[in-house]
Write a protein that binds this ligand. Structure first.
Ligand SMILES: O=C(CO)[C@@H](O)[C@H](O)[C@H](O)[C@H](O)COP(=O)(O)O
Length: 339
């Protein structure tokens, strides 16, 4: 029986990206095409003793440039700077792009999301004027307001990824808005943050449908599925454009051999390879009311609930990161640096 290493097998079918700003993990298991992080990752990295230099740099820079960005608090700016600092570090271990998520508390505010994405680019420019900003992708929640912001940002050349995405309706809107990619969350984010919590309606099928929709409509948007809960789900998604995988699962994949025949038979994409019949979907980009009605009913009402839940959890992580930064700012004095 021919066996195959699961990480090698996945890499032969799908782009494999790493879901962390932990540069050591990325170096150890890489190389990867893209890297991604989020508010949980920022929070986890800035408290690590071996990341004290990143935190110090972020606090000093935020203190220095705050007058330029005075519409937001110093701690919010410091978390943004830390996110960009971490992204610029981890990008050295990947070939392609790095992703940074906007402050999730702006998820329902188009103007604030646009300003946040523009700020990321300005901060990037300040930290490393030579950095190729086309490699920075801003992660925007897949809300109506978020996708309106993504549409505007595309016109100004800022790349976006639609995150916290749980339905075909959001996938269609993100494609029409010009997001370069989407991150379907296979399971509710709460499954990652609350031990024992289960999502009874994982959305592996939405990944297959969305990828077919983009291909059939010649939309360049690519999928980057995330929040898989076991190896079988990852194997079932072999053939999706990309998978965003945590270091824990990357290590497990790298350490596991399975029968080639068995894993090949599991791919949902292989099964639908010949299903070329086009399905008609409505256009949403100019139809807010229709979008909202369809999204509210999507997946039996669960997609809307899951999106709101994920945003709320990311907001908690944002608040925790800001509180930590605030405590650090209070504990030591950070003097402005010369730029
Ligand atoms: O946001 C994206 C992709 O857009 C991902 O980083 C996504 O948030 C993560 O897969 C989830 O937060 C789960 O992360 P983890 O607990 O597996 O590290």
């Amino acid at each position: 029986m021919a066996t195959v290493n699961l990480l090698e097998y996945l890499r032969s079918r799908t782009q494999v990206d790493i879901d962390t700003y932990d540069i050591e993990a990325s170096k150890e298991i890489g190389p990867f095409q893209d890297a991604t992080g989020n508010q949980f990752e920022i929070q986890a990295e800035i408290v690590k003793p071996n990341r004290s230099a990143v935190l110090k740099r972020s606090l000093e820079l935020a203190t220095t440039i705050h007058p330029q960005f005075a519409t937001i608090t110093l701690e919010e700016l410091a978390v943004e700077v830390a996110g960009i600092e971490l992204a610029l570090e981890v990008i050295q271990t990947v070939h392609g792009n790095v992703h940074v998520m906007i402050n999730p508390s702006y998820s329902y505010n188009t103007e604030a999301i646009v300003a946040n994405a523009q700020r990321f680019h300005l901060i990037c420019q300040i930290i490393d004027p030579g950095f190729d900003k086309s490699r920075l992708v801003t992660k925007v929640p897949a809300t109506w307001e978020g996708m309106k912001a993504a549409h505007q940002l595309k016109r100004s050349g800022i790349k976006t990824l639609a995150t916290t995405l749980f339905s075909m309706e959001q996938a269609i809107l993100a494609g029409e808005a010009g997001c370069i990619s989407i991150s379907p969350f296979l399971h509710e984010l709460k499954t990652e943050t609350y031990e024992g919590y289960k999502d009874t309606n994982p959305i592996l099928g939405v990944c297959v449908q969305a990828q077919q929709f983009y291909r059939q409509n010649s939309l360049p948007t690519r999928l980057k599925a995330c929040v898989a809960l076991n190896l079988d789900e990852l194997i079932m998604l072999a053939g999706v454009d990309a998978l965003t995988i945590s270091p824990k699962f990357l290590r497990l994949l790298a350490a596991t051999e399975r029968s080639r025949e068995e894993v090949e038979s599991m791919s949902l994409f292989a099964r639908t390879a010949n299903a070329t019949e086009a399905v008609n979907y409505p256009s949403y980009i100019d139809s807010e009311s229709q979008y909202r009605v369809h999204f509210a009913a999507s997946e039996g009402g669960k997609a809307q609930f899951k999106t709101a839940q994920a945003i709320a959890l990311f907001c908690d992580a944002q608040t925790a990161a800001e509180l930590y930064v605030k405590s650090q700012l209070e504990d030591s004095s950070y003097t402005p640096i010369n730029l």
